[in-house]
Design a binder for this molecule. Structure first.
Ligand code: NOJ
Length: 733
């Protein structure tokens, strides 16, 4: 965990005392490779110009051939760069050599990168992986990613993403572990442990970066980068807990979010950065801005110019400027004029140097030759882990007449452009994979020895191919239709106002169903979709998300029943898009949703989600009985009997929720407070024990104080957030 020895602290202080102001500001400046020459407009605009046809691809290529890449070598030599975004180990070593051997004080660089769900070995997107409810798995996949990236020079992951997200229109729901603060908190702690925990050698750990601090997931109307407004009690109870827990678990760095929170951008927000993070939580690491976010405070209309943006950000506690070059250009002037105290700079630089010291960069600045880039072929241990994570993340949403699992002798028509694609298995925010390592669903069925024919027919953005549809309907005993979203339809800057299946894929399903053959919809997507029509018409639906390099093998194993579905939804699925945002733990209303008109509901679609948080079927069924809640001094001890009532072995995710029935502020109708896994053979019953510490039964008030209030609590236990047994207890703290 992130902690320095006394000797390391002394070294940092010594170094700091030798630094010029310019060198200090250099540490606060993060760069990425820039393209020089060719265009005199920013690269973002060039991309737009290609997209809207202002320049052709040919012209673009011609201009690009005349540009060169600038890694800021001269500035590194002059001590003006503290960190960079690079992922090539040879390049990292080359630049590190300049920093460590040619700059005046030899301070090494940090190399940061977006390693959100795997580096070379890509595992499922977080919204899928979180559905395994397995904290040990969360940590193991993070450890694997840390090792792989460190061998590529990357010692700082811009992960985990801890944004509680309740609006499926927001493209970034795919990057995070869902809508529930308790589950996101468990995910947060496990990821920090996985990334930072193995300090046996420098090549085994990286610095985590908790993002996006804070409340980015609540962006209004699910539109990316949008404004956020909420009561402080909501902030403390829902959006801050994962960050707080990850800070307590020893995370080394934090990234501030793009959004404003109650009128103040998080980039220069003294309340969130200074008062809460650094003072109240005693966070010892450093804070980095999001990309270009310091400069963008001008667009927020909160500062007049870059000078002011830099001054306010630094004073608020923003330690590192990611890429806007505002610190580099204006901070010296702000310090010299006395508007940014030297103490603010010293504090930031001490934090940055401390993380570098803890990473071992002063003693081991280079990627050693013997571990450099060893992943030409992915190690079996890594692909096995990616397969485990992928197959355990799959959620069975519907299975009428036991269509699934498929039988090996059934002839299958495999349909959908997505089924044949290797690159679409990867998911948003993965950049270091290679196509040769990706297993498409078509590949997966082939490897599983299935009897099948493949008919692409239609994709998220392509038209229907009638001939192929006719052939698909004629061939199989069963049709497996792979439908969903392209990778670039979720992730950053990928909000969608309509979250039904894109393009003509619903029409495709209609045509396939018209054949009268059983149809299984295999969904590949990065967010909850509005599946009202599909749920009503398609007999079997398997939610497979973007599962990473092993996707095809995982899907085949679940389709054929080698693995019974285990994954759960960590994000509620609305019936229609207009229900967003939707989440199970909403605050109690005076008129809870019900049948009658004057309740909290929609005239046309009622109030219930299509599939609730925690939901997921499998190839057997489970029954719950004998819920008992015993009060001990400091905790409630909860037991429940869970029986496998079907004829297949499977794993049940037992979920425990709590409701504080009467409190001094309105509380959620239910809050997840614990979970356990039960591996059950057919007919087997297990008594599952769960524990709820009394200290965790409270909530935060608007002023940030924590209240434990006596009274009646309801304890719910079940297989999802909707279908639970319930017991009331009266607790006097
Ligand atoms: C913008 C994204 O919001 C953030 O998640 C990412 O880490 C940075 N860019 C760096 O790529």
């Amino acid at each position: 965990m992130y902690r320095l020895t006394e000797a390391q602290k002394t070294k940092v202080k010594d170094l700091l005392s030798q630094m010029t102001l310019e060198e200090k500001i250099g540490q606060m400046n993060q760069e990425s490779m820039s393209i020089v020459g060719g265009f005199n407009v920013p690269i973002g605009e060039v991309v737009e110009m290609v997209e809207d046809g202002r320049i052709s691809m040919e012209e673009f290529g011609k201009i690009m051939s005349g540009v060169h890449q600038d890694y800021h070598e001269d500035e590194i030599r002059a001590g003006q760069v503290g960190s960079l975004m690079v992922q090539d180990p040879r390049k990292c070593n080359e630049l590190q050599k300049i920093a460590a051997e040619e700059s005046r004080l030899g301070i090494p660089l940090m190399f940061g990168f977006d390693v959100i769900h795997g580096f070379r070995t890509v595992y499922p997107v977080a919204i899928a992986e979180a559905g395994t409810f397995d904290t040990d798995l969360f940590a193991r996949t993070a450890r694997m990613a840390a090792k792989e990236s460190r061998a590529h020079g990357v010692d700082w992951h811009f992960a985990p993403m801890l944004d509680v997200a309740r609006d499926a229109r927001w493209g970034r729901v795919s990057e995070g572990p869902g809508e529930d603060p308790y589950l996101v908190t468990q995910f947060a702690k496990a990821k920090v442990e996985g990334l930072q925990g193995d300090m046996s050698a420098p090549e085994n750990y990286v610095a985590a970066c908790l993002k996006h601090y804070v409340a980015y997931g609540a962006c209004e109307s699910g539109k990316d980068y949008n404004t956020v407004s909420m009561a402080n009690s909501m902030l403390y109870n829902t959006y801050l807990p994962p960050f707080k827990a990850a800070v307590e678990a020893g995370a080394a760095t934090v990234m501030a979010s793009f959004n404003d929170l109650n009128g103040v951008p998080c980039t220069l927000n003294p309340f969130t950065l200074r008062s809460i993070l650094k003072e109240r939580w005693n966070f010892p690491g450093f804070v980095v801005s999001d990309a270009d976010a310091i400069r963008e405070c001008i667009n927020h209309g909160i500062v007049a110019d870059k000078y002011d943006a830099g001054k306010q950000s630094a004073n608020a506690g923003m330690d590192v400027d990611m890429g806007s070059q505002v610190y580099k250009q204006y901070l010296q002037q702000a310090v010299e004029s006395g508007e940014v105290p030297m103490a603010v700079i010293d504090e930031a630089v001490e934090r940055i140097l401390s993380v570098k010291m803890w990473l071992g960069l002063f003693d081991h600045p280079y990627v050693p030759e013997e571990i450099m880039d060893p992943y030409e072929t992915l190690p079996k241990e890594h692909t096995d882990l990616a397969l485990e994570a992928a197959e355990r993340s799959i959620v069975l949403l519907k299975n009428e007449n036991g269509i699934l699992p498929l039988k090996k002798d059934q002839k299958i028509s495999l349909v959908g452009q997505l089924a044949g694609s290797k690159e679409e298995v990867i998911g948003a925010w993965a950049m270091s994979w290679e196509e040769k390592d990706c297993v498409s669903i078509q590949d997966g069925l082939e490897k599983a020895g299935a009897t099948f024919q493949y008919y692409p027919c239609c994709g998220p953005e392509t038209d229907l191919n009638e001939e192929e549809i006719v052939a698909a309907c004629a061939y199989g005993d069963v049709i497996v239709a792979v439908v969903g979203e392209l990778v670039n339809m979720s992730g950053e800057a990928s909000s969608r106002a309509d979250i039904t299946l894109p393009g003509k894929q619903r029409e495709l399903l209609e045509k396939l169903l018209a054949s009268g053959k059983p149809v299984v919809a295999v969904l590949m997507n990065g967010r909850p979709l509005a599946l009202k029509w599909e749920a009503a018409h398609v007999p079997a639906i398997l939610e497979c998300w973007h599962l990473g390099v092993q996707m095809g093998n995982a899907v085949a194993r679940v389709l054929f029943g080698n693995k019974a579905p285990e994954g759960r939804l960590v994000s509620s699925f609305p019936v229609v898009t207009g229900m967003c945002p939707i989440y199970y733990s909403h605050p109690s209303t005076g008129r809870p949703g019900g049948r009658s008109k004057f309740t909290s509901r929609y005239l046309d679609e009622g109030f219930e989600p299509l599939y609730p948080f925690g939901y997921g079927l499998t190839y057997t069924s489970f029954a719950y009985d004998q819920l008992a809640v015993q009060e001990a001094d400091d905790a409630l001890c909860i037991t429940v009997d869970v029986t496998n009532t079907g004829n297949k072995a499977a794993v049940e995710t037992v979920q425990m929720y709590m409701q504080d029935v009467t409190a001094s502020i309105v509380r959620p109708v239910k809050e997840l407070k614990g979970f356990a896994k039960a591996d059950l053979m057919p007919g087997e019953t297990k008594t599952v024990s769960l524990r709820l510490n009394k200290k965790d039964m409270g909530f935060y008030l608007d002023d940030g104080s924590y209240a434990l209030e006596n009274g009646v609590f309801r304890i719910y236990v079940g297989g999802n957030s909707r279908d639970c047994l319930m017991q009331e207890v009266n607790i006097q703290f």
